[in-house]
Design a protein around this ligand. Structure first.
Ligand SMILES: O=C(O)CCC(=O)C(=O)O
Ligand SMILES: [Fe+2]
Length: 385
């Protein structure tokens, strides 16, 4: 990452092909399996870190966060991304257990910025129903969907395609505010009839998970409860509901161009594979594979700001899936629209001067509006001091 900054390149924004997935399947799958025991990743046997050149780089996690049964790991494909798994159910146990899990969350947030959570308390049927409602929405006739189209990024619900960035031409999306739900749900699509019920249920549940994670992260950053009570409980939730067609031979494989999310945390639910993240230790794209019933979490720009650079935003993109059309629902959590995010005063001193200017979600929307045509200008870069 540092190297890319020095060379003046913006992380993750190189044109397609500039950061080849050179580690994906670089070693035949069987060889990796045979070698696995020789140098097991410190994340333990449940880590799907099968590219050994990356596995050894990560700090140790407690056993509590390695509890996905081996037989549940995806078997048909191997992927090289070390993917830590946090068992959220353990946060509610005794204080010693809780503090070990909190330590695990601290490590992954500082070192990688992404992880997956299991035992999060959202049932498979709630997740499946949300994906189904989203999928049904995108099957509606274009005229119906375009009723939600708008150039105004502040509209409570907005339908569009990503074609303006001229990279991700084939993605359709619906974005809407989701918290407080009683305020926003009236603007959500009424068709398909299941949309409000199923997406509403998922939105409320995923917000609970985000608050749980946020509480743990504030604890590790040594930040007081007032952040939680005053800023996050009153905070915003934006759902970005995406639909990508199946990859075709002729078109680009990029479904969504590289970017980082503006908020503190993003929790992502997807119907199938397609997400890639830039691995901070190697600065190359890594394919993310979803564990059964897990949700993918990553750190956003405002977390990097609040933590004064201790935690880094994650650059990610979506590729089209060659086998099927894909739905993803990104739930992005932040402060309220006009609430400014600053580097926490507790994390600023003579040795660590503030690295970023203050900004709000509203400032982010202004930034996007002002840079509609400039796809290389990223929000976090604009905040750097
Ligand atoms: O579709 C995905 O996997 C990623 C979606 C995403 O990054 C977003 O909506 O911000
Ligand atoms: Fe994103």
């Amino acid at each position: 990452m540092e190297n890319s900054k020095k060379s003046g390149r913006v992380r993750g924004l190189e044109p397609e092909g500039a950061q080849p997935n050179r580690h994906v399947h670089a070693v035949p799958a069987q060889d990796l399996l045979l070698d696995q025991n020789a140098d097991e990743c410190v994340y333990g046997p449940t880590c799907i870190c099968l590219d050994l050149s990356f596995g050894a780089k990560h700090a140790n996690m407690s056993d509590l966060s390695r509890t996905v049964p081996k037989e549940q790991l995806p078997s048909e494909d191997l992927h090289p991304l070390p993917m830590p798994v946090i068992n959220l159910g353990h946060l509610g146990l005794d204080s010693a257990t809780r503090s070990r899990v909190v330590d695990d969350i601290a490590k992954v947030c500082r070192e990688l910025g992404y992880f997956q959570v299991i035992n999060h308390g959202i049932s498979q049927s709630v997740m499946d129903c949300a994906l189904e409602a989203a999928s049904e929405f995108f099957k509606l006739p274009s005229e119906t969907k375009e009723n939600f189209a708008s150039e105004d990024l502040r509209r409570p619900v907005r339908y569009d395609t990503s074609s303006k960035d001229s990279i991700s031409m084939s993605r359709e999306f619906l974005k809407h505010y989701s918290h407080p739900i009683s305020e926003w749900i009236q603007y959500w699509p009424q068709e398909p009839p299941i949309y409000r019920k199923y997406i509403g249920k998922y939105a409320a549940e995923v917000r609970r998970v985000a608050l749980q994670l946020m509480e743990a992260i504030l604890e590790v950053l040594g930040l007081g409860k007032e952040y939680m009570n005053e800023k996050f409980h009153e905070g915003s939730q934006l759902l970005s509901v995406n639909c990508y067609p199946k990859a075709s031979q002729s078109a680009t494989t990029i479904g969504l161009a590289p970017h980082s999310d503006y908020g503190f945390l993003t929790i992502l639910l997807t119907s199938c594979r397609g997400l890639e993240v830039v691995d901070p230790s190697s600065n190359i794209w890594k394919r993310v594979q979803q564990l059964p019933h897990a949700l993918h979490v990553h750190i956003g720009d405002h977390m990097e700001v609040l933590s004064n650079g201790r935690m880094k935003t994650v650059v990610h993109r979506a590729l089209l899936n060659p086998e099927e059309a894909r739905i993803s629902i990104a739930s992005i959590h932040g402060f309220a629209l006009h609430e400014k995010v600053t580097c926490a005063k507790e994390l600023v001193d003579e040795e660590n001067p503030p690295k970023y200017k203050e900004s709000s979600f509203s400032d982010f929307l202004d930034h996007l509006t002002a840079n509609m045509d400039n796809k290389h200008r990223n929000f976090l870069e604009s905040l750097r001091m």
